[in-house]
Design a protein around this ligand. Structure first.
Ligand code: UDP
Length: 380
């Protein structure tokens, strides 16, 4: 296939990311598969990115994540100007067929502003858009810009202006879905796991109360605001309370964290994270928000751990109730489901993940969307 895509990963983190980095992880998962399908990839990212690509364009040497607070506008402005220059030049030379953009404040704004003279563009939405209606004002006039969601439910909740530009959704995938069969599997343990940022939307407080009710150990893994380790949070003192996730943790979750039945282990990564997930009796998602993409849900299935969750956001799309997990609309029912989850089959979870959530499936679907976006751009 002769298709060249400019993949815009933005200026914030290198690809693959050093630790935290959802969007950069998606790009690092997608690009090798696209290249296997014969797509040429030009990566617009920071110079320190190590992902193998066909060509790289960079404006900053390193990720500007620390500037997300200040001087955010300055970094965006520099990155926008650079991207506009690169896109104009490559597009004028016919060197790219399409831009696949992931960074609304830099890429989308820039590409939409190019109007009809810009290249065909697909922008992937990564957020819960009902919560961020103001992010996308910049789409006006960008007729060659199309968007895709990471789940059908995320798109259904998006503002109308975005839905009008949509070409569909592509579920998130994980390399673990390919790897799982080759890995050594840790034995199943007794614990339940909630893997994710500690945040009211993810419902760790509900999970902690539930664990105490059913008497199962619960491990909470993930950062609390900017704090990745319990010791860092303890050392930060009162100032840490300025962060709403810290306040949520200290007020609603920590009273249940007894170090015995309910533990907060901080952020886990690599093999430690995978083992914790693979050995859990179930992954718990007692959600209070509409989960847009659910990477941790897909990772859980890939490692053979069934999911017990409130049926919010993308969960009903990802989980087959009674096969790979148990879902309920009623938070009160979660405890019963946790008890029943032991009956679900770990191999079945892995099998489903290996069919539905592989990087190859994700790349194939993106290639279809690229074709669609190009067709729409060339229509009179
Ligand atoms: N994650 C991790 N270590 C942790 C907590 C989370 O590596 O301690 C990863 C998790 O495996 C997943 C990502 O962070 O890949 C979270 O993505 P998800 O879509 O589940 O949630 P988000 O935080 O983007 O809402």
């Amino acid at each position: 296939m002769s298709l060249t895509v400019l993949m815009n990963a933005g200026p914030w983190l290198s690809v693959p990311p050093p630790g935290y980095g959802g969007i950069e992880n998606v790009i690092a998962t997608l690009v090798p598969e696209l290249r296997r399908l014969g797509v040429r990839v030009v990566l617009a990212s920071v110079q320190s990115s190590t992902l193998p690509v066909d060509e790289k364009v960079s404006v900053f040497a390193d990720g500007q994540f620390a500037s997300l607070q200040r001087p955010y506008n300055q970094v965006c402005g520099i990155a926008q100007a650079h991207l506009a220059g690169v896109v104009r030049e490559l597009h004028a030379r016919d060197d790219i067929d399409l831009v696949h953009d992931h960074v609304e404040a830099v890429g989308l704004a820039t590409l939409a502003a190019m109007g009809p003279s810009g290249p065909p563009t697909l922008h992937t939405l990564h957020w819960d858009l009902a919560k961020h209606p103001d992010l996308y004002g910049s789409l006006d006039g960008g007729d060659r810009v199309r968007v895709n969601g990471v789940s059908a439910s995320q798109l259904a909740r998006a503002p109308l202006a975005l839905r009008e530009h949509s070409v569909g959704h592509v579920h998130l995938s994980t390399p673990l879905a390919v790897d799982a069969d080759r890995r050594q599997r840790p034995d199943k343990g007794e614990h339940l796991l909630i893997l994710g940022r500690i945040n009211p939307g993810k419902g760790q407080d509900v999970g902690a109360r539930l664990a105490q009710r059913v008497g199962f150990p619960l491990v909470l893994a993930g950062p609390v605001g900017p704090y990745h380790r319990p010791a860092d949070l303890a050392a930060a003192g009162d100032e840490a309370r300025q962060n709403p996730d810290v306040r949520f943790f200290l007020d609603e979750v920590a009273p249940h964290v007894d170090g015995d039945l309910v533990r907060w282990v901080g952020t886990v990564a690599g093999q430690e994270r995978d083992d914790l997930l693979a050995s859990a009796r179930a992954s718990l998602f007692p959600l209070r928000w509409e989960e847009p993409g659910g990477t941790a849900v897909v990772e859980s299935l890939a490692l053979g751990t069934p999911v017990v969750a409130t049926a919010r956001g993308c969960l009903p799309e990802l989980i087959e109730h009674g096969r790979t997990g148990l879902l309920t609309a009623d938070e009160e029912e979660l405890a019963d489901l946790v008890l029943a989850a032991d009956l679900l089959d770990a191999d079945e979870c892995r099998r489903v993940a290996a069919q539905r959530f592989t990087p190859a499936v994700m790349a194939q679907r993106y290639v279809e969307l690229y074709e669609r976006v190009r067709e729409l751009a060339s229509a009179p």
